[in-house]
Design a protein around this ligand. Sequence first.
Ligand code: NDP
Length: 335
Amino acid sequence: MLNQIETKNMSDTIEQVKCLIIGSGPAGYTAAIYASRANMFPVLYQGTQPGGQLTTTNDVENFPGYPDGITGPEMMIELQNQATRFGTDVRDGWITKVDFSGDIHKVWVNDTKEIHCQTVIISTGASAKYLGLESEQKYLKLGGGVSACAVCDGFFYRNQEVVIVGAGDSAAEEAHYLSKLCTKVTMLVRRDEFRASKIMANRVINTPNIEILYNTETDEVLGDGQVVTGVRAYNNKTEEKFEIPATGFFVAIGHKPNTDIFKDFLDLDETGYIINVPGTSKTNIDGVFVSGDAADHVYRQAVTAAGTGCMAALDAERYLAAKESDFEVSTSTYN
Ligand code: NDP
């Protein structure tokens, strides 16, 4: 049976690995835990944001097994420790290019180092879009009331007033979710209509504690230096500015899956999410698997990402086992 160390000696310049995992969020580390326990000697590249999106989250209270909650960065360290305990080779580095046109999948790290992989598990995640205002970024970094995930953070604002920006299905779903926890949700819609589907928009319109302000954009997120205290908004027709008191500022203007480098080889949907074979982690390329938010625009939770990371490692293991038994059959035919 080939393993990473044996194959490494085959070339000084090109490293050969059995299982390469790209990304270090809950999907990537869960894939790593399963792959290392299955003797697949996984190598995991962390990317530019080691730990992924959860490192920008303060408290995680909805991941099973943490009854008292845990901070996002702490949870990611625990997941990394669990993966390395079983032998995962966790490395710094950014995958800049891939070539999935042949049987061996080629991957380049930082445009220089070339790796040949029998299997690749993509766990590159998605990045929430933000408005880009300095005040928004300040309170996001402080963990002081800016969030791009109502399901993750809404609970911290129960019985409080919040503002949410966006008018797509995500914003409608998140506003509705927040309306069940918060006393008041003010929704800022930049045009005079929703982008969300009619049914989702109607649900929001018919919820009494959601106030929708059309033609309204964010001027500044207001705060006391530590936490958010409100939002200064403006009507983009009249230019009138006004303040809305709020302790939470939710941004729901879409996500961008981190899949640009795969677009020449993998089937992506119109937003860039990788299309997987339903019910599996398989992509359109044999030996290339996907887990986590890179293929999921619906659930986007740490626990669902972890679940699909497990699926990807199991699918990769079965793929390798099938290849090895094919190899044994073909060599015994020659003998
Ligand atoms: P979308 O791209 O559909 O919507 C983004 C929204 O954010 C739009 O209303 C857009 O406004 C607004 N927006 C963008 N930039 C800004 C800005 N700078 N300031 C203010 N508003 C801004 O993203 P979603 O995440 O909502 O949805 C992504 C995909 O996932 C969609 O296909 C959606 O249908 C799907 N989805 C499905 C769900 C379900 O079926 N349960 C749940 C969630 C998502 P504008 O309209 O003016 O462009």
